[in-house]
Design a protein around this ligand. Structure first.
Ligand code: G6P
Ligand code: ZN
Length: 579
């Protein structure tokens, strides 16, 4: 067996175990299970569903069957967000991988890989693809959620043509091709070799951390983070970034240990809801809004490390603003973008702050449907460098996933650059200063999203039908309260690279002053329906730029609620979450 150092990390694997006996396949009969259709971001269900009978094995076998002979002899990676059932699931997946002719699986230590880290491994090692075990920001544990998704060879979530194929196989499956191999110890970094099948356990930071070091100027970041007059707080929410944050912020960038919190990766995320927003990241929000002594910078990431929330002292950066502000400052502050941006993109419901940046800076701009997979084609085609979504996702073409730590390091890079050379005691440029300066230059797109979670599906569908009928009879110039309609439609997207069409991607009402409201049903829930209402209004009047978003948007919110009859259809008078 080889003892070559790892190509990028230069480290030797600490152990090699060889099990020479030939692998035998022990096929096991199964029958189709209903409802294994992949949603916005993989297959997500209650954990108890995944742990019942062959639920997981059926889906994984269907994936391998749909890839057919293409997968034979290939290497894939495997990891997840550390949630309950990931370890057991890993062993099931490894046996099926071996049984279906996969040559090698690269697994994160203890089955832990943040989603962007898996994407980095696929890209850096030129793998065939990877499996990520996560239900993202949904709570974990035996009574909560579990999920899995397949990412393809440029590190992007599988395109619909693959997920549609997987679904077809789940409807006709009869046999699971398990290899008869023992469980592999995933706690120890090293290689286990079977005859014709290898499992390599790598550190969870493998490939990803070296990539971040290429993207960012770690020395410049350190010069800010280690300043005694600067303080930060990163909340891993007991989820996967707990395996990365202490190493990056404390060990490498010199932040004190108190700068990171909730970094123990727990199977149930400590009973929390690992979604970095103002509602679920309350512990961090309270710290950041605690007054003069609050840290200067705060951030949190979700279950699998792809989402992020960024805060200043008593100041919230909305995700729609965040991507615009990063894009506007990227070339100046982040070495990876020193030659400028190839283009920028946002999802349709995301506020239009990025549009203004693209316009002023002369950048190519794209508006895609909700779902990260739509950015991948643009990036592979060299059309887009930075992109983001209102759903707390921001990233660039360094990987093909959204990347929470990348967003946090981007903001820290902007702060570091703007404060370069400041003497001790001199007032530092703050997150709030950066935001206000941005609004003064580009105008402000006030944005808010209302979520109504756990609505009965029939009620949500009835509301959508009603809105479709309103759209069918709406005409330009119609009055909606004080707002005059420009157009209303059901968003449809034609991919400029491969011409594929995605229709019914959100009902939008756009007004002549470019304000708009949008309704969509979430594609990431595990039960019932979540109605999302997105509200946006553009403002350039300097006296209004610092208004509270809820106040600024009040009349448009009322019009949207009235038009949709949301409260009537759903029986809800208040949203579950407001962002
Ligand atoms: C995931 C996807 C995002 C998407 C978000 C919200 O995080 O990766 O691309 O924006 O879910 O999707 P939803 O369908 O729930 O609004
Ligand atoms: Zn996520």
């Amino acid at each position: 067996t080889s003892r070559a150092p790892h190509a990028r990390t230069g480290r030797f694997n600490s152990s090699v175990t060889t099990r020479a006996s030939a692998i035998t396949i022990a096929p096991s009969p199964t029958k189709p299970i209903e409802g294994q259709k992949t949603g916005t971001s993989g297959l997500r269900k209650k954990t108890a569903i995944f742990t019942s009978e062959n639920y997981l094995a059926n889906w994984v076998q269907s994936l391998f069957s749909s890839l057919g002979s293409e997968i034979e002899g290939q290497t894939i990676c495997l990891g997840g967000d550390g949630r309950y059932f990931n370890k057991e699931a890993s062993q099931i997946i490894l046996k099926l991988a071996a049984g279906n002719g996969v040559k090698k699986v690269v697994v994160g230590q203890n089955a832990i890989l943040a989603t962007p880290a898996a994407s980095a491994i696929i890209r850096e090692q030129k793998l065939y693809g990877g499996l990520i075990m996560s239900a993202s920001h949904n709570p974990g544990g035996p009574d909560e959620d579990w999920g899995i998704k397949f990412n393809y060879n440029s590190g992007e979530p599988a395109p619909e043509r693959i997920t549609d194929e997987i679904f077809k196989y789940t409807e006709t499956i009869t046999e699971l091709k398990f290899a008869d191999i023992p469980d592999v110890d995933l706690a120890v970094v090293g290689t286990t070799e079977f005859d014709g099948f290898t499992v390599e356990v790598v550190e969870s930071t493998a490939d990803y951390l070296p990539l971040l070091q290429e993207v960012f100027d770690f020395d410049m970041l350190k010069s800010l983070i280690s300043r005694p007059d600067f303080s930060m707080k990163f909340d891993a929410m007991h989820a996967v970034t707990g395996a990365y944050a202490p190493k990056i912020f404390c060990e490498m960038l010199g932040a004190p240990e108190s700068s990171v919190m909730n970094c123990g990766v727990l199977e149930d995320f400590g009973g929390g809801h690992p979604d970095p927003n103002l509602t679920y990241a309350k512990e961090l929000v309270d710290i950041m809004y605690s007054g003069d002594d609050a840290p200067d910078f705060g951030a949190a990431s979700d279950g699998d490390g792809d989402r992020n929330m960024v805060l200043g002292k008593g100041f919230f950066i909305s995700p729609s603003d965040s991507v615009a502000m990063i894009a506007a400052n990227a070339q100046e502050c982040i070495p990876y973008f020193k030659d400028g941006l190839k283009g920028v993109a946002r999802s349709m419901p995301t506020g239009g702050a990025l549009d203004k940046v693209a316009e002023k800076m002369g950048l190519q701009f794209y508006e895609v449907p909700t779902g990260w997979k739509f950015f991948g084609n643009l990036m592979d085609d060299g059309r887009c460098s930075v992109c983001g979504e209102e759903s707390f996702g921001t990233s660039s073409d360094h990987v093909r996933e959204k990347d929470g730590l990348w967003a946090v390091l981007s903001w820290l890079s902007i702060l570091a650059k703007k404060n370069e050379g400041k003497a001790a005691g001199e007032k530092l440029v703050t997150v709030e200063d950066i935001a206000k300066e941005h609004w003064a230059k580009f105008g402000r797109n006030f944005f808010s999203r209302y979520d109504y979670e756990g609505v009965e599906s029939e009620k949500a569908d009835a509301m959508v039908d009603h809105l479709r009928s309103v759209i069918a009879s709406a005409k330009k110039g119609d009055k909606f309260g004080e707002f005059e309609l420009d157009f209303a439609d059901d968003f449809e997207y034609t991919d400029p690279v491969d011409g594929s069409v995605a229709s019914k991607q959100g009902l939008r009402f756009v007004f002549t002053d470019s304000s708009r409201f949008i309704f969509r049903l979430s594609g990431t829930g595990s039960s019932g329906a979540t109605i999302r209402m997105y509200i946006e209004q553009y403002e350039t009047d300097p006296s209004k730029l610092e208004m509270d978003a809820q106040v600024a948007l009040k009349s448009l919110i009322d019009v949207a609620l009235e038009t949709s009859k949301l409260q009537e259809f759903s029986g809800r008078d208040k949203p579950t979450v407001i962002t």
